[in-house]
Design a binder for this molecule. Structure first.
Ligand code: NAI
Length: 358
């Protein structure tokens, strides 16, 4: 079979660090195995435009492997051209780069390595909340500049204790974020999700569900976004919803960039409606050099915690999603059932409830 993988270039770092498995250099560690089974394996980072390796090879590929960190965007148009495509594997979590409705129609299966990097992301979210609330980055930049003016950074630094923290999406990541925040003695941990947590799970972290989104955001000092990107969440956090946030709230989004309206977030930070915004996901990846999120600031010159998309791609996570990708392929080649939690789209139907209410 023809297996096509769109991964990112790791360069010198990937040559020096073989554990960077999600790169075109280290190829998820599966080339020798795939070739020993007689499969053809094409790996590239070249994914944009009709002449890209991605678009040229998708027409007769049987299997597509992509990663959310450098997504090969499989649109409905490309799906129509991909005559042999049977299965798409996301090396990681989050398959919004694939037109899932078109995959359902064409009976192309879509699988993720569910759970492979949820702890990695949850840790990043907790870190980001603390960095914003404590005004860490401007304080560190002050030190690098050679300055020392405590009041300049303390004037916008707070404790997390006593604050209300809420997650949009209380699945694997959202729940783990709240779990990890328990010892910080927040005033309250709340969540917004159409799927209520099982009673025992909610009780274990004393989490309260709020059913109306505007009502939910108006109660939060910190909002963290942990739901997939789909028709119901694209642009969910826009100028209108941001008006309902508490003035000076902090927002952390490691889910998907397009869940937030980029210009509305930048404007809310500039006006002080948001005190801080942090995350690693962007509406286009790689983000253009002039993307407003690279340099946006609050009125005091801080509040920006943006990094490239890497929260879910620690070396620990890469080992897990590389092994998970291999195991999905093995099941596929040997006609064995897949792990149910990994199936986003089965043959002709959605197998998950996480990508929107249908
Ligand atoms: P999950 O499937 O365990 O949980 C997602 C939750 O979001 C579900 O409970 C679902 O009901 C809820 N949800 C869906 N639509 C919603 C809506 N409109 N409003 C409120 N809640 C909604 O998924 P998991 O593992 O927690 O991952 C969540 C997302 O995080 C992924 O889909 C992906 O986009 C992102 N992610 C980001 C990574 C990174 O490196 N930055 C790595 C891994 C995941």
């Amino acid at each position: 079979m023809k297996v096509l993988a769109i991964l990112y270039t790791g360069g010198k770092a990937a040559q020096e660090e073989p554990k960077l498995l999600g790169t075109i250099e280290n190829q998820l560690g599966i080339r020798p195995w795939l070739e020993s089974l007689g499969h053809e394996f094409i790996v590239s980072d070249d994914k944009e435009g009709p002449n890209s390796v991605f678009q040229k090879n998708i027409v007769d590929a049987d299997i597509l492997i992509t990663t959310p960190f450098h997504p090969g965007y499989l649109t409905a148009d490309l799906i129509a051209k991909a005559k042999n495509l049977k299965i798409c594997v996301t090396a990681g979590v989050g398959s919004d780069h694939i037109d899932l409705n078109a995959a359902v129609e064409r009976k192309i299966q879509v699988l993720e390595v569910t759970g492979s990097n949820v702890v990695s992301v949850a840790e990043h979210v907790v870190m980001s909340i603390l960095l914003l609330v404590r005004n860490y980055t401007p304080a560190h930049e002050m030190i690098e500049r050679g300055d020392w003016q405590v009041s300049e950074v303390a004037r916008n630094a707070y404790d997390l204790e006593g604050k209300v923290v809420g997650t949009i999406g209380a699945g694997r990541i959202g729940y783990r974020v709240l779990q990890r925040l328990l010892p910080f003695n927040c005033k309250e941990l709340i969540y917004y999700d159409y799927a209520p947590l099982p009673a025992e799970a909610a009780k274990a972290i004393s989490a309260r569900r709020v059913e109306d989104l505007k009502d939910f955001v108006s109660q939060c000092d910190v909002v963290t976004v942990n739901c997939p990107l789909h028709e119901g969440t694209r642009g969910l956090i826009n100028a209108d919803l941001l008006k309902h946030f508490k003035k000076g709230a902090w927002l952390v989004n490691t889910a998907r960039g397009a869940i937030c309206d980029a210009d509305a977030v930048a404007a809310a930070l500039k006006s002080g409606q948001l005190r801080g915004y942090s995350g690693d996901v962007w509406n286009v990846q790689p983000a253009p050099k002039n993307h407003p999120w690279r340099t946006m600031k609050n009125p005091l010159g801080g509040g920006n915690g943006m990094v490239p998309h890497y929260s879910g791609t620690t070396l620990d996570a890469q080992a897990r999603y590389a092994a998970g990708t291999k195991s999905i392929l093995e099941n596929f080649f040997e006609n064995k059932p897949q792990e149910p939690a990994n199936i986003i789209v089965g043959v002709g139907k959605y197998e998950t409830k996480a990508y929107g209410q249908r």
